[in-house]
Design a protein around this ligand. Structure first.
Ligand code: MN
Length: 393
């Protein structure tokens, strides 16, 4: 174990948001604690550390109101860094939250002019992301919510969100961009309540898009957002994966019942982080593994790079632990016992037929005996897993 380097390679498909690296440590109560790193330096630094991809908000890289000539120069500069370091642009997104124009929403604003500006801004951001080769485009509706429910009907808000998404899906298809969309759920912050609070909400919403658009839209759930909602990341990622809708991960960490902390992956809850990685290993997740976190605001620029390396290293170590757990004989023997059950009753209702109904209804069950007949040694199981994680097995 100690012989392994856990160094990232491009096959890991690790990515970072440019905003994660350029973050200057500002918070709602305090000003910047380090000089904001220029985006170009951030992308180059990620590439030099063998990070596979970067993702960006339009205005992380292209200042709001940049002239056409400025945009062309920036595209050339980014491409030169991509060629030098081998990093790709995996995902783009639109900043629809920072400018005061979006103070009461972008796609869900009451004002048709603001909604039109939001969709206009996204189309321009999609063009730039496509030009840089992005395969995914993220939608985190940071301002799509409310503090005053008297002001907005949630049904109207969802309809407006759908109208924008349908239009933008059609835009991507018409331009033949090879790009998927993902929705990033979050329960609250910066708004009092957000409209797409959990993975389940987003999955249900996607099924209401125009039929040709449904297949191209998935989710990129973020650990911190899931935990802010008090939910279990293993289960949330699991349902998205089972639905074929997990196109990208936003990995970080979070202590429960707090503001959005965006902590380094694995830094607050190792065991939960392990199960996220285990899920990806078990089901051979091949999508984008992006880290969306910030270095502690007490760090300087060197600390930002420690942060970048640490996120990937922890993921790789937990990946190794997932393989160790799979190979552990005590664990697999116990799991086999726990998951056994009475195989004679398998497939009784796999396919509906009147004969299957008659057979199942006629069966005699003894629930008292069924409840006590078999031991479920979860204490032992969890302890073995804990000891694997602690490195003593
Ligand atoms: Mn995120």
């Amino acid at each position: 174990m100690s012989m392994m380097s856990f160094a990232p390679s491009h096959s890991d498909k690790f990515a970072f948001g440019v905003w994660c690296v350029t973050n200057a440590g500002r918070d709602p109560f305090g000003d910047a604690t380090r000089k904001p790193m220029p985006a170009m330096q951030a992308i180059r630094g990620l590439g030099e550390r063998n990070v596979w991809g970067f993702e960006f908000h339009d205005n992380d890289v292209f200042p709001l109101g940049a002239s056409a000539a400025q945009v062309r120069k920036i595209v050339r500069d980014v491409r030169a860094i991509m060629a030098d370091t081998g990093i790709c642009c995996c995902s783009g997104t639109t900043n629809l939250f920072f400018h005061p124009v979006f103070k009461d929403g972008a796609f869900t604003s009451h004002d048709p002019q603001i909604r039109a500006y939001a969709v206009h801004k996204v189309m321009h951001a999609i063009d730039l992301a496509a030009e840089l080769g992005a395969q995914n485009f993220l939608f985190w509706g940071g301002r799509e919510g409310a503090e005053v429910d008297a002001a907005k009907d949630p049904i109207e808000a969802i309809r407006r969100f759908r109208e924008a998404m349908n239009f933008l899906c059609a835009y991507v298809r018409q331009n033949k961009y090879k790009m998927t969309f993902t929705i990033e759920p979050k329960p609250n912050e910066p708004r009092g309540d957000l409209y797409m609070p959990s993975v389940g909400n987003a999955l249900a919403f996607i099924e209401t898009l125009d039929p040709p658009n449904r297949a191209m839209v998935g989710v990129n759930p973020e650990v911190a957002h899931i935990k802010m909602a008090g939910l279990n990341p293993y289960h949330e990622y699991g349902q998205a994966l089972e639905a074929g809708k997990l196109f990208e991960l936003h990995l970080n960490d979070q202590k429960p019942v707090r503001y959005d902390q965006d902590l380094t992956f694995g830094s607050a809850s190792l065991k939960e982080s392990f199960f996220i990685v285990k899920l990806m290993v078990d089901h051979k997740f091949a999508g984008i593994k992006a880290f969306d976190a910030h270095a502690y605001r007490s760090e300087d620029i060197d600390g930002v790079w420690d942060f970048v390396e640490r996120n990937m290293r922890t993921y790789k170590i937990l990946e190794e632990k997932a393989y160790e757990a799979r190979a552990n004989r005590d664990l697999s023997a116990l799991l086999e016992e726990i998951q056994a059950g009475n195989k004679a009753y398998e497939k009784l209702f796999t396919k509906y037929s009147p004969a299957a109904v008659r057979k199942l209804k006629a069966l005699k069950f003894d629930p008292d005996k069924m409840a006590t007949g078999r031991r479920l040694a979860y204490e032992k199981l969890d302890q073995i897993l804990t000891e694997i994680l602690l490195g003593i097995r």
